[in-house]
Design a protein around this ligand. Structure first.
Ligand SMILES: NC(=O)c1ccc[n+]([C@@H]2O[C@H](COP(=O)([O-])OP(=O)(O)OC[C@H]3O[C@@H](n4cnc5c(N)ncnc54)[C@H](O)[C@@H]3O)[C@@H](O)[C@H]2O)c1
Length: 373
């Protein structure tokens, strides 16, 4: 057996060539992840094995001459997971995020995905992660729509005309074949226009920009929320059409009754409960999570015992056939997702396998023989 250890490096152009933007394949990969989650064949970090990731926030005041200070969406994050089944791989998505990047011609967050052999720990691949992350984030509402939307959904409301919404719409169109009209609302109308033009051409669907939030919502069978920043989209209860599915990739501003009166399905409720546990242990209590935890409002209702955790269904249980989520065509369903490293590891692994088959990437040497073995 050779002592030499190499791993595959994949740049962004190489992950594109390896099919990272193939939404059909990504949706089916994410569906398999949900099935594995229902059987327990996965692990994430932390004592409860369900942590989203480990975050590093900068303080409001410098504690050293070079230490960065807090800013909007400014953090580092390490998201670790093991995914079982045929994947059988460990990995980490590691990223830095800073809204000020936009003024420097950089994306808000810059991500890398590392895959490791679960037995030896040896690195298999180190790859550009931005498109892995964006595509898998979009695939999730696509899978949710497949299992939770009412049959023959025709209309979609898109809130937020950013990169993630593009991926969400691509995935929803992948699983919903009866779509007739998609309405797009953004705080900046020109962004909604640009989004609509690009997505109409790409998906060959009728995608139109609208001037008000209400216009995007009132007729929608599926509402996909992926806005960013502090200014959450305010969705009035009476705007929700009977039978609609709301997928919350980013948070929205609802009255509490919306969560209390409607069925909630989660990507993995245990992960959201881990955030609640963090809040309970933090000196600032609930205030420590309310600004960034995507389910902050819902978790507060659970903490106040207004919403029962037992009533929240996991999508994996629906995908695997263990639970039925939709009981009728009039029921409004809210799907909450916080993002999990299991998706990044699974989709990254699929892209890595494609790259190996196509002979893409650069093998990098770790060592010819370990210096200290
Ligand atoms: N759940 C997950 O796994 C996951 C993963 C990645 C990103 N996200 C979330 O997805 C969201 C979108 O990310 P992105 O990278 O596309 O952001 P982005 O900044 O590129 O785009 C967001 C868009 O939303 C618009 N917007 C902001 N507030 C709005 C409002 N109140 N009404 C309508 N439009 C509004 C902005 O103008 C912008 O065009 C973020 O909240 C991000 O945290 C979730």
């Amino acid at each position: 057996m050779s002592d030499k250890l190499e791993f595959l490096y994949l740049s962004e152009p190489e992950v594109i060539e390896a099919g990272v933007l193939d939404m059909k394949n990504c949706v089916s990969t994410i569906e398999k992840v949900f099935e594995l989650m229902a059987t327990g064949d996965y692990l994430m970090g932390g004592p409860l094995e369900n942590e989203h990731g480990m975050m590093l926030w900068f303080p409001t005041e410098k504690r050293g001459p070079n230490m960065p200070v807090a800013g909007p969406d400014r953090r580092f994050m390490s998201m670790i997971a093991y995914v079982g089944g045929d994947f059988n791989v460990c990995g980490d998505k590691w990223y830095g995020s800073n809204i000020a990047n936009r003024g420097k011609g950089l994306p808000r967050s810059i991500l890398m995905v590392t895959l490791n052999d679960p037995d030896t720990g040896q690195p298999l691949a180190h790859m550009s992660g931005n498109l892995i992350s964006a595509t898998r984030t979009g695939a999730i509402p696509g899978v949710a729509a497949k299992y939770l939307a009412k049959p023959n959904a025709e209309t979609v409301g898109i809130l937020g005309a950013g990169v993630i919404s593009k991926a969400c719409l691509k995935a929803i169109a992948e699983t919903q074949h009866s779509l007739k009209e998609i309405k797009v609302y953004d705080l900046f109308f020109e962004k909604a226009q640009e989004f609509s033009q690009q997505m109409s051409e790409e998906l060959q669907l009728n995608v139109v920009p609208v001037h008000t939030l209400k216009d995007a919502i009132v007729d929608a069978d599926i509402i996909s929320v992926a806005t960013s920043g502090q200014n959450k989209a305010r969705i009035e209860k009476q705007w929700l059409k009977p039978g609609c599915l709301v997928t919350l990739t980013g948070p929205a501003d609802f009255d509490d009754e919306v969560y209390l009166e409607h069925k909630v399905v989660a990507d993995n409720w245990k992960m959201h409960e881990a955030w609640l546990q963090d809040a309970r242990e933090h000196p600032l209590g609930f205030d420590s999570i309310k600004d960034w935890a995507p389910t902050g409002q819902l978790l507060q209702l659970v903490e106040q015992q207004q919403k029962n955790s037992e009533d929240i269904i996991n999508l994996g249980d629906v995908v695997s056939g263990q639970k039925l989520a939709r009981n009728n065509e009039d029921e409004v369903i809210l799907f909450v997702t916080g993002g999990m490293p299991v998706y990044d590891v699974a989709w990254g692994y699929q892209v890595y396998q494609n790259a190996l088959q196509k002979g893409l990437g650069t093998q990098l040497l770790l060592w010819e023989k370990a210096h200290w073995a």
